[in-house]
Design a binder for this molecule. Structure first.
Ligand code: DON
Length: 315
C-alpha cells in the first residue's frame, strides 16, 4: 500500500533539509504586502488518494495567498462551465521559456497568450469568467473551491490592495491584450479585478493538498465526496501543469520532481502524484524564476523517496 510508505519521520527529514536551503532564496517584494512574510515559514501537507488521510509537518496552520495557484481554479472552472473550445479559442496550451509576467511574446509571436498559467493567459480566462458571470464571478469561484476543500476561501484584502496598487505590469498585459479586438471578453478593469482577487485568496498547504487530491483522484474529492472536475478537465489541467506550471522553471521541475505542479509567488506549490496523493508545500523565499526554493527541494525529496514518478525498475 502506498500510504504505508509515507509517515511523519519522512516529512520531518524533508522539513529539516528543505528549511536550510530557503536561506538562498528571496521573498517576493514586487507586491509589497508579500515582502512582510517570514522567510522561515515552511509547511508540507499530503493527502492520500482515496482515503483522504492527512500527513503534514511544519507551519501547517499558516495562511498565505494562493497567487498563481488560483489559476488552476479559474481555468478548471472555465473548462467545466464553458467547455474546452471556448476556453482554448483565446488562449493556447503551449509552454514557453518566458517569465510569468512577460509581455514580449504577445507582440513578437502571437497576441494569443501561450498558456493559461502565464499572467496574460490567466487574465484572458478571468475575462471569460467576468463576461459570463458578471458580479457573481468571485463568489462562484470561491464556492467552486469549497467543493475541493470543504471551506470557502477568504480574500486577503491587504494583499489585494497591495497588488492592485502595484499592478502596472498586469495592467500593461491587460491593455495590450485588449488591443486585439475580441480577445478580452470583458473590460480591462473587471478582468484584472477578478484576476487579482483570485490571486489574493487565502489558503493553507492542506487546502492545496486537497485541491491536488481531486486531480490525483481523477476529479473526485476524497474529502467532500464531490466531483468538482470531469476527467477531461483533470487531463487538461495536469498536462498544462507539467509543461507550464512553473513557467520558465517547468522543465527543471519536470526533471527534478517529475509530477505535475503549480507554483505561486507567495511561496506555495501544489503538486499531484496521480493516483497516489495530493501535495501542498509552502516556503516564501523564491528562486530567480519566482518559484519556492525550499518548496521545490522538498518536492524533489518527496518524489525520490516515495517514487512518485511511478518508475518500476525491473530485474
Ligand atoms: O500577477 C502576479 O504577478 C501575481 N499575483 C501572481 C504571480 C505568481 O504567482 C507567479 N508564480 N510564481
Amino acid at each position: 500500500m502506498f500510504s504505508e510508505q509515507i509517515d511523519q519521520s519522512i516529512l520531518k527529514e524533508i522539513y529539516d533539509k528543505a528549511i536550510s536551503v530557503s536561506d538562498f532564496g528571496k521573498v517576493a517584494t514586487y507586491i509589497p504586502e508579500l515582502s512582510l512574510m517570514s522567510p522561515n515559514l515552511f509547511s508540507l501537507s499530503c493527502v492520500i488518494a482515496g482515503s483522504g488521510e492527512i500527513i503534514q509537518t511544519g507551519d501547517a496552520d499558516t495562511y498565505f495567498t494562493m497567487q498563481s495557484i488560483s489559476k488552476i481554479l479559474s481555468l478548471s472552472y472555465a473548462i467545466e462551465k464553458f467547455g474546452m473550445d471556448k476556453v482554448f479559442k483565446s488562449v493556447d496550451m503551449e509552454p514557453t521559456a518566458d517569465s510569468f509576467n512577460s509581455l514580449m511574446r504577445l507582440e513578437m509571436a502571437s497576441p494569443i497568450p501561450a498558456n493559461p498559467f502565464m499572467n496574460a493567459g490567466a487574465i484572458v480566462i478571468c475575462s471569460i469568467l467576468q463576461k459570463e458571470l458578471g458580479r457573481e464571478s468571485f463568489n462562484e469561484i470561491t464556492n467552486f473551491c469549497e467543493l475541493f476543500t470543504g471551506t470557502k476561501p477568504k480574500l486577503n484584502q491587504k494583499v489585494f490592495n497591495s497588488e492592485m496598487s502595484t499592478a502596472d505590469r498586469n495592467k500593461s498585459l491587460a491593455y495590450f491584450l485588449n488591443s486585439t479586438p475580441g480577445l478580452l471578453m470583458d473590460s480591462v478593469e473587471n478582468s484584472l479585478d477578478l484576476y487579482i482577487k483570485l490571486c489574493s485568496l487565502e489558503c493553507t498547504t492542506l487546502d492545496l493538498a486537497k485541491i491536488a487530491d481531486v486531480l490525483s483522484c481523477g476529479g473526485k474529492s476524497s474529502f467532500t465526496g464531490k466531483y468538482p472536475l470531469s476527467f477531461e478537465t483533470v487531463k487538461t489541467i495536469m498536462g498544462i501543469m507539467i509543461t507550464c506550471g512553473l513557467y520558465n522553471g517547468s522543465g527543471e521541475c519536470a526533471v527534478r520532481v517529475g509530477i505535475p505542479a503549480k507554483s505561486g509567488v507567495s511561496g506555495g506549490i501544489l503538486a499531484v502524484a496521480p493516483g497516489k496523493m495530493g501535495i501542498g508545500v509552502f516556503s516564501p523565499p523564491l528562486d530567480s524564476k519566482g518559484n519556492s526554493l525550499a518548496g521545490l527541494y522538498a518536492l524533489e525529496m518527496l518524489s525520490d523517496k516515495l517514487n512518485l514518478r511511478g518508475v518500476k525498475i525491473l530485474d
